[in-house]
Design a protein around this ligand. Structure first.
Ligand SMILES: Cc1ncc(COP(=O)(O)O)c(C=O)c1O
Length: 364
């Protein structure tokens, strides 16, 4: 007997989806290159107009003296923390227990740089000023991830950010921003990127999350910090002879989407309210603080998968392609709003959620 299609396969076949910008296929690169002058010269090992112009543009957008383009955020941030540790001659940093460096980078910071990491705050909430004040030992750098992805994109208040920044400055602690999703939080804070970044000594931003490019990152800060980061980029093998496929697509999608973040944020709040009206579902946070949130379901993963597959087949609309098991009785998935949400009309969304609510009630 033929096996039933998996959730991801059925999801991919749906006509419309409520999350993301669309499939990550080759079309993304082709669209970005459609109007690019074919005579434009490639960058060469970190130099050339393509890379230098983009770095200057992003330094200006972030309000920093200088910026350097990296193939990945993982590389950029390990290097940022190494540079700050060398600067202070102190091999110790602090960050959230669920930060990307702690749980997704195979301990790169520890194995490659022998930097001690102190985990601040309970993993289910964001870092507050008191957590920083409670540090028992000196650190070279504190990293804040805004929004804190693994807890649904929660954010501290802007007042807290200002207080943490002031506290760190008084003590000579460098403050680094993991701003993989920086653009996505600006509508919540009602601030510009410059206003957020001026609280930090160094900033990393990504081009393939809310922006939807291929890959790539910018690391920004003062000249000497960027100069030292470039040396480490060379040591890491990050100076690919040509990075222009990433840079041109990063630039293209940055221009296209950076001003759409307010809409994604409003859409995320609307979608979360749909979920929160369903039986056995809650979102974290309750009201999203950016374009992302997590959906928690008090039902076993396999049962939720069956319900979702039914709904995708009945409506041709997909909600998620992946679900993570929490325990035998509950599961969750991540939602990240992009261009696709606004292509689906409200009547269709109402139908999806009334079906979801009905079918979840029938699970027990
Ligand atoms: C918060 C955060 N920081 C850093 C990274 C690393 O980015 P990259 O995939 O470019 O290495 C990610 C990637 O998902 C992320 O979500």
């Amino acid at each position: 007997m033929a096996e039933k299609n998996s959730l991801l396969e059925v999801y991919k076949q749906t006509k419309g989806q409520l999350v993301g910008h669309g499939p990550r296929n080759i079309q993304i690169l082709q669209d970005a290159f459609l109007n690019v002058d074919s005579g434009l010269e490639s960058d060469m090992y970190g130099t050339g107009k393509v890379i230098e112009n983009f770095q200057a543009k992003m330094a200006q957008y972030l309000g920093k003296e200088d910026a350097v383009f990296f193939p990945s955020g993982t590389m950029a941030q390990q290097i940022a923390l190494r540079v700050w540790c060398d600067d202070r001659e102190l091999q110790s940093v602090a960050y959230h227990p669920l930060s990307h460096l702690e749980i997704h980078e195979e301990d790169g910071l520890k194995k490659l740089h022998h930097i001690k990491t102190i985990l601040l705050a309970d993993k289910n909430r964001v870092i507050e000023l008191d957590d920083v004040k409670s540090l028992q030992e000196d650190i070279a750098c504190l990293l804040l991830e805004l929004p804190q992805r693994e807890i649904g994109g929660q954010l501290p208040t802007f007042e807290t950010l200002k207080a943490i920044s002031e506290y760190c400055r008084e003590r000579g602690i460098k403050l680094h921003l993991d701003g993989a999703r920086l653009y996505e939080i600006l509508p919540y804070y009602k601030k510009t990127a410059i206003e957020v970044c001026e609280l930090f000594d160094s900033v990393y931003v990504s081009f393939y999350k809310g922006i939807g490019g291929i890959a790539g990152a910018i690391l920004a800060g003062e000249h000497s910090f960027v100069k030292n980061s470039k040396i480490w980029k060379r040591r890491y093998g990050g100076d690919l002879i040509s990075l222009y496929p990433y840079i041109i697509s990063a630039n293209y999608y940055f221009d296209d989407r950076v001003n759409k973040m307010e809409r994604y944020y409003e859409d995320a709040k609307e979608l979360a309210s749909y979920y929160n009206k369903c039986y056995g579902i809650t979102t974290v946070p309750d009201i999203p603080m950016s374009n992302m949130f997590h959906v928690y379901l008090n039902f076993p993963k396999e049962k939720v998968e069956k319900v979702l597959i039914n709904i995708y087949e009945a409506t041709n609309i997909g909600l998620t392609g992946r679900i993570n098991e929490l325990d035998e009785q509950s599961c969750y998935f991540e939602v990240s709003i992009g261009d696709q949400y606004s292509t689906i009309n409200k009547t269709e969304i109402d139908t999806v959620f009334s079906l979801l609510n009905k079918q979840l009630k029938e699970i027990i």
